[in-house]
Write a protein that binds this ligand. Structure first.
Ligand SMILES: [Zn+2]
Length: 75
């Protein structure tokens, strides 16, 4: 399964968010100590930039501002 539900530490509320694996562009933007990791996932909520290892929330961080999930911006 490609998308999974997980709690996101930077999203409001106590529910879960949908996570997906980082794409190539996002993978280049993670912190240097995370670049060699293969199990990095990101939250897909609007305006969220959180990424983390699937099994370890403490191994995570924020993606750059330009990689945050787009909101429902007017065309
Ligand atoms: Zn989130």
């Amino acid at each position: 399964m490609f998308f999974k539900d997980k709690h996101c530490p930077t999203c409001p509320g106590s529910g879960t968010q949908v996570f997906r694996p980082l794409n190539t562009e996002e993978r280049k933007a993670v912190k240097p100590e995370h670049r060699q990791l293969t199990d990095l996932w990101r939250c897909t909520a609007v305006d969220c930039r959180w990424y983390q290892r699937w099994s370890k929330q403490s191994d995570g961080g924020q993606l750059p501002e330009d990689l945050k999930n787009p909101g429902a911006a007017p065309e």
